[in-house]
Ligand binder design. Sequence first.
Ligand code: AHG
Ligand code: MN
Ligand code: MN
Length: 333
Amino acid sequence: MNKNLIQFIIEEERHIPGATGDFTDLLGDITIACKKIAHAVNKGALIGVLGSAGSENIQGETQKKLDVITNDIFIAENEWGGHLAAMASEEMDEIYPIPAKYPKGKYLLTFDPLDGSSNIDVNISVGTIFSILRCPEGVTNPTAADFMQPGTKQVCAGYALYGPSTMLVITTGNGVNGFTLDNDIGEFMLTHPKMMIPADTQEFAINMSNRRYWEEPVQRYVEECVKGKDGGREKNFNMRWVASMVAEVHRILTRGGIFMYPFDTKEPGKAGKLRLMYEANPMSFIVEQAGGMCSTGRERIMELQPNGLHQRVPVILGSKNEVERVVGYHKGA
Ligand code: AHG
Ligand code: MN
Ligand code: MN
């Protein structure tokens, strides 16, 4: 019989000396948040949640109604439990300290409540991404500075994918496991144990409309993929672009591939599009734990010292041999 997510985590926790069960409870709360988001996303137009909220987030992006609703769900499910000291989200300018009426805990949580939200109105897969850090020792009222920990310090990272099935994929640094929501019993069941990314791939994902803004190494790599056997490569490539990072990473975890949102000069002053603290770092932790590789082109993403909650970074991730090739082109450039 398949294990459910909480059973799986409790059994993992038994191998960790001194574990208090705090982390298991936190993951339980996150799981409930993801189930509620799955429900809202699934009901869609039936409950009037599609369309724009008429507001902008700190990144100057127009918020969808569901960006705001899913952010509220994530906060409500995670603020009361006593496991967190503070949260940070794509949709909030500043960190969210745990209100005084609730006990404070030893973890920090960052999240992108709805990733790929431009897809929501057209009924294409979206997701939620989260990352758990430890609150620094002795800190009871964390500030944004306490979140500025490199990705290598993550205790856990995960994403929920709201697609044909709802899935939750997590890592605690001991491989990657995928769970599918069984709507009949309301539980995430272990369906994808020990997910591994094949080292080789013939599939790449990049927003080609930004081509003229890329740097030379990325131009070269994509050009070679497009030319395939007629160029320098020994194989032909296929291309995908969902515009939901969660869906792209899930595809890569399932059958391999390379995903790039590289440095570009489209908007000077922005180092890339994706955000380090709640997109690039958690996805890097998952991808590396599944045998893949993640880089800005020049540095390992998880080793970057963050300098802001909403910092952007170039992202090149996926099948190891292809990411290594792109990194090699950057070194040569
Ligand atoms: P978000 O909806 O959280 O702002 O993230 C969207 C991100 C990512 O999921 C996706 O890969 C990328 O933006 C899509 O960008 P384009 O619109 O340039 O295709
Ligand atoms: Mn996102
Ligand atoms: Mn988002």
